[in-house]
Design a binder for this molecule. Structure first.
Ligand SMILES: [Zn+2]
Length: 885
């Protein structure tokens, strides 16, 4: 019998921030790499170390020790140190598909400066894995993944073939007991042999060949004497051949022969904690992350790519924003299973990225407005699909409003002129710091005329921002004139027309295009009626009836939508867990209904339910105790010619240790849900695999939408959902988690997860007490295109008011794309690049009419040329570089 090879891979697992802040952990990281560099340089018997598959550890170290860069580069070039391929070890479900791709590309690009990254899809600690990960890895040129959590019971060996929905497959090395199976090895050869013999006993049934021994764990230092101990252990016995090596070297000797094939996402808790409750932990982090992703992916990048010159593309600002997004996608960061300092830092990074995205997008929109030939309002469509919709804008108030327009507010023009003394004029002018008076009032011109009786100042105010209005010069001119004539009378004339803010429906606007605004005729106007104490919103396409007793509403006659259900949660940041004596609050003490808008374009009602929620879970009885009165506002909106019901649920959270969900009945019972995940829609059943150490709670994340039993829910931010009210026919309700509130990073002895998943640290912020919690979602019955629904709800048409004078025609489109969903449209250098995916089970023809270009992989290597269109396999992802048209 030949000796079994024990492939020891020294490494560390570096959570950049978690139960300590980034800076705290970095102090230790600097110590680690300060120790590691000389160890590798002087000790040839310690041939290799793996820097956790993420480049962030290298950058974080070099920020402190820039002088060490050459030594790190030399070790990497010599194959002694492996880096990347990721920039950070992200959570796969909570970040968007695009963020995952940018993370990988950033890591590989940064690693290129050190001679390249490890070509392994190393995913050691992620809380489950997305369905499309094998395809992403293949598109980056990888053949291997390494995984631990989420692997289902059907996998019984230490490797399997993992397939994406498009059929792309990688060999997945499975770490049955995690990435620390060889952590803290004994410093004694005999003890090492015993330890490995015990471990082989433990995992022997899994082994199909060599034993991969991962020598490291969370924030662990390298073991300096390892080379000597290994040599001695090899001299002691013939059963095992110990070797210190790299993950790549270990994987080189493996095959996929005879391995079981697993397709799709990995979300089983059969052997390791899935920690599915992170999706609903600190919901504010998830929602802000989604807002930032949308500003960057769906507004800033496409708008700057299409409506600004290629050479003006704000590449560096976008790179800075993406750096914040990628850092935040780290599993302990976005999951917020962290102390408050860390969560604050995550929120701050998202706010920064969002501000960069919004600022760049707004600049592109302004450039677009200036480029129009004709003056007046226009509608810009930031989505790739042609669509009509409801917009709000400010227009001159001329005559009575037409029947197809709904007036929200009126502003009467200011009186023609007033006479002021010099001091008052100075005060007024001091307040005018720029052309902006309000969001829809701009100084467009300022004229000063001096004559014998005094000085005339004329301000022209309009709804459009006009560039280069010489306000500072005019002020200076006036101050000079007032200085010479301190007693002069100043007549200020404000030339401001009356305006009104309206809401109206526009006709179809081309995808990535624009059209001058014209209020469309309403085929299905919205009406609000009040009869017998109940309020009904209807437009002939869908009917909403508010139930003043329960605070819920009926949708096309099916009652119970928007029901707020509060129960106890004695879990932690990782897992929901019910207290021993749970109680549920789902009936409001009082309900008030207020009509805010009455149509014909848009109708809104606010349902305020007053509930009495317990304050906390207390004592050994684990009963809910104390009470708070809380108002939960549910705003329900219906629009003309639109069968979608838009809802926002808002409250200020008074309580701890609880979970708040909104229940939405399914018009038909369902045995499956279909939820958006990165680059695809995944189908999930009613149960989840678990084990005694972690209950298989079938809650799951949806990126922007989930469909079940004829109901599609589009929502803002990754949302946790569960199919509930299950009987013999299936589930009757989908529950969306609005808030989960716990005060512990991790906890011991929970009903649903008895052993801790992290430090037992109380973290007050995880309770979210005193915070305003808001969930925006939309409901559609029998929706045939949930991606369209998500865009309509979350990526509205934008309006601009132009002064004209440019060269752009009144309607048009900058880029047409058909046949696929667009994940990204941005510039790489000055080249326009689109990433698209086919979410269907049929081959698609993706067309970019009038454009030629190249398909490239995720490293940017050309795959094939195309002219106008190319075929995309079912569930395929493609990246196209386009020549400017
Ligand atoms: Zn980790």
């Amino acid at each position: 019998m030949t000796a079994r090879r024990i492939a020891i891979v020294p490494h560390t697992h570096w959570d950049r921030e978690w139960y300590k802040s980034y800076q705290d952990f970095r102090l230790a990281l600097v110590d680690l790499i300060d120790t590691l560099i000389p160890l590798l340089e002087r000790d040839a018997s310690y041939p290799h170390f793996m820097l956790d598959g993420q480049m962030a550890v290298v950058d974080d170290y070099l920020e402190v020790r820039p002088e060490a860069e050459e030594r790190l580069r030399a070790l990497a070039a010599a194959g002694r140190l492996s880096m990347g391929p990721w920039y950070i070890l992200m959570d796969e479900f909570l970040a968007s598909g695009e963020t995952i791709v940018r993370n990988l590309q950033t890591g590989m690009l940064r690693g290129a400066a050190f001679g390249g990254t490890m070509d392994v899809g190393y995913l050691p600690d992620m809380f489950g894995h997305i369905a499309q990960m094998p395809q992403i890895l293949r598109l980056a040129g990888f053949r291997d993944a390494v995984v631990w959590r989420g692997v289902p019971s059907e996998v019984t060996k230490n490797a399997f073939v993992w397939e994406a929905p498009d059929g792309s497959a990688v060999r997945a090395e499975y770490l049955p007991v995690g990435y620390g199976n060889g952590a803290a090895l004994p410093d004694d050869a005999k003890a090492l042999v015993t330890r490995i013999a015990d471990h082989v006993q433990e995992v022997g049934d899994f082994l199909i060949g060599d034993l991969l021994c991962m020598n490291g764990s969370d924030h662990l230092m390298p073991q300096p004497g390892l080379g000597r101990v290994v040599a001695e252990a090899n001299g002691l016995q013939d059963d095992y051949r110990f070797e210190i090596t790299s993950l790549q070297d270990y994987l080189e000797g493996t095959t996929t022969d005879g391995l079981v094939r697993v397709r799709g996402e990995l979300r089983s808790g059969f052997r390791a904690n899935m920690l599915m409750g992170v999706t609903s932990n600190r919901v504010d982090v998830k929602r802000l992350g989604a807002l930032a992703e949308r500003e960057l992916e769906r507004r800033a990048e496409p708008l700057a790519s299409l409506f600004q010159p290629a050479e003006a593309y704000p590449a560096r600002q976008l790179e800075l924003a993406w750096q914040e997004m990628v850092r935040n996608s780290a599993h302990d960061s976005i999951c917020a299973c962290s102390v408050d300092d860390v969560v604050d830092a995550v929120l701050h990074r998202y706010a920064e990225a969002r501000a960069i995205g919004a600022g760049l997008a707004d600049r592109a929109v302004k450039d677009f407005a200036r480029s129009l030939a004709q003056p007046g309002p226009s509608v810009l469509n930031p989505s790739p699909r042609s669509r009509a919709g409801v917009v709000e804008l400010v227009v001159p108030a001329e005559g009575p409003p037409p029947a197809n327009v709904q007036v929200l507010s009126e502003r009467t023009g200011l009186p023609g002129s007033m006479v002021l003394d010099a001091n008052t004029v100075r005060t007024v002018l001091g307040m005018l710091q720029g052309p902006k008076i309000s969001d829809d009032a701009w100084v467009q011109d300022i004229r000063i005329e001096e004559h014998e009786e005094g000085i005339d100042v004329t301000l022209s105010v309009g709804t459009e921002e006009k560039p280069n209005v010489p306000i500072a010069e005019a002020k200076q001119d006036l101050y000079t004139k007032l200085g010479a004539r301190p007693d002069a009378v100043v007549r200020v004339a404000m030339d401001q027309p009356s305006t009104r803010r309206i809401v109206a429906r526009t006709a179809e606007v081309p995808g990535y295009g624009w059209a001058s605004f014209e209020a469309a005729a309403l085929a299905h106007p919205v009406e609000v009626s009040e009869a017998g104490g109940s309020v009904v919103l209807g437009n002939g396409l869908v009917r909403v009836e508010v139930d003043a007793a329960t605070g819920a509403f009926a949708l096309d006659g099916v009652p119970g939508y928007g029901r707020i259900v509060d129960d106890g949660d004695l879990g932690d940041s990782y897992n929901y867990s019910p207290p021993q004596q749970d109680s549920t609050v789902e009936v409001p003490e009082a309900v008030a209904v207020r009509i805010d808008e009455r149509g014909p374009v848009r109708a809104r009602v606010r349902i305020t339910g007053t509930y009495v929620w317990p304050d906390h879970v207390g004592g050994s009885s684990q009963a809910r105790a104390g009470e708070h009165r809380v108002d939960v506002d549910t705003d329900v909106e219906l629009r003309a010619d639109d069968a979608v019901v838009r809802v926002t649920t808002t409250f200020v959270n008074p309580s701890g240790d609880h979970r708040v969900r909104v229940h939405l009945p399914l018009p038909e019972p369902a045995r499956h849900s279909h939820a958006e995940s990165a680059f695809t829609v995944v189908t999930r059943g009613l149960t989840a695999e678990g084990r005694a150490d972690e209950f298989g709670l079938p809650t799951a994340p949806a990126q922007r939408f989930v469909t079940a039993g004829r109901l599609t829910v589009a929502h803002e931010g990754v949302c946790e959902y569960e199919l509930v009210d299950i009987d013999a026919d299936g589930a009757r309700t989908v529950a969306l988690t609005v808030l989960r509130s716990t005060g512990m990073l991790s906890r011991l002895g929970m009903a649903y997860r008895p052993f801790p998943a992290g430090p037992l640290t109380p973290v007050e912020g995880l309770q979210m007490r005193g915070r305003r919690v808001s969930l925006r979602y939309a409901l559609a019955l029998d929706c045939d295109d949930p991606y369209r629904l998500a865009d309509d709800v979350l990526l509205p048409l934008e309006t601009v008011s132009s002064l004209g004078g440019g060269s752009r025609p009144p309607t048009g489109c900058e880029l047409a794309v058909h046949g696929a969903e667009v994940s990204a449209l941005h510039r790489v250098g000055e080249v326009l690049e689109a990433r698209v995916f086919n979410p269907t089970a049929q081959p698609a023809v993706v067309s970019f009419p009038g454009r030629t270009g190249w398909l490239v992989d995720l490293r940017g290597y050309p795959l094939e040329a195309f002219e106008g269109s190319f075929e995309l396999r079912p569930f395929g992802i493609a990246t196209a570089r386009l020549r400017d048209g």
